[in-house]
Design a protein around this ligand. Sequence first.
Ligand SMILES: *Cc1c(COP(=O)(O)O)cnc(C)c1O
Length: 356
Amino acid sequence: MCLWEENVRKVTPYTPGEQPAGKRNIKLNTNENPYPPAPGVEQALKNIDADLLRRYPDPNGEPLRSAIAGLCGVSKEKIFLGVGSDEVLALAFLTFFNGEKPILFPDITYSFYDVWAELYGIPYERIPLDPDFRIRKEDYCKPCGGIVLANPNAPTGVELAQEELEEIIEAHKDVVVIVDEAYVDFGARSVQPLLDKYDQLLIVRTFSKSRSLAGMRLGYAIGNEKLIKYLSDIKFSFNSYTINRATILAGVEACRDQEYFEKTVDRIIRERERTGERLQNLGFEFFKSKTNFLFVTHPSLPITELFDYLRERGIFVRHFQKPERIVPYLRITIGTEEEMDELIKAIETFAGEHRA
Ligand SMILES: *Cc1c(COP(=O)(O)O)cnc(C)c1O
């Protein structure tokens, strides 16, 4: 090690899913949307006035912030925009968790939470999910520095019932509770109706999954004006101009076309159910998903070999190496009908070869 290296901040970073080059692959490993964004998005980007790029964008992301506020039925003072929900979450950890008491989140959840906690030196406790991959509300009803729950949870896809979530929020009026709703549009119930009741509740959502804009990087938080103000003060102490002009244009158009949004989301939900049935017929096991992915295991097929087999055929799914309990699982994003046909075909061949 060089001398200066001793004085460097060292972290263990989050590992994003693989982004293979080329369009020919069947990419079912990072929960992207298989359909393009709303047609208005493409038009808006084509018509972009390049001369305007000389100027900084609006520091609060207007008029996108207002469009999202309209979509959510709240005033814009309750909305905070970020470069993907990852940035919103990273800033929320920095703002709301002061490091005095440990924050709580499940042992199996979005694997970025512990990375941010480590980065900021926030103590944390990972609370084991029950054997059915469920969050047990009783485990969260104890003093802590804050709570972070993805609902539906990732990578399990399992939804926590609103009533149980509310009990957790009700028990923690002294700390901020973050609910990460990255997948809420795929058939789950949003905790948003509880916002008026609990001013320590912060909801985080993204345009990456249900609105097909992972490549634009756009996420947002909804919360009480005071929460948003604190979050915003931290952001303006870090980087004033986070949302760029292209994102603002694309985001506004994505908000506008609700019909397209509903149509594509419905199609993914239908395909999730169809794929689930077919996987079940092949002997796979999984818990009910309310997301755009299935988290599956198999009692006899070797999962790691299946992962490699699919990958060799250009079909990318996600296999996590930790925690131990999820190593026998694959997380499969729901793609188009054709992509899922290809996946099932490949799995059938693998299963056939394996039995023989
Ligand atoms: C995908 C995802 C995010 C991050 O999404 P962005 O692309 O940064 O908006 C956050 N939380 C969970 C649970 C996710 O699955």
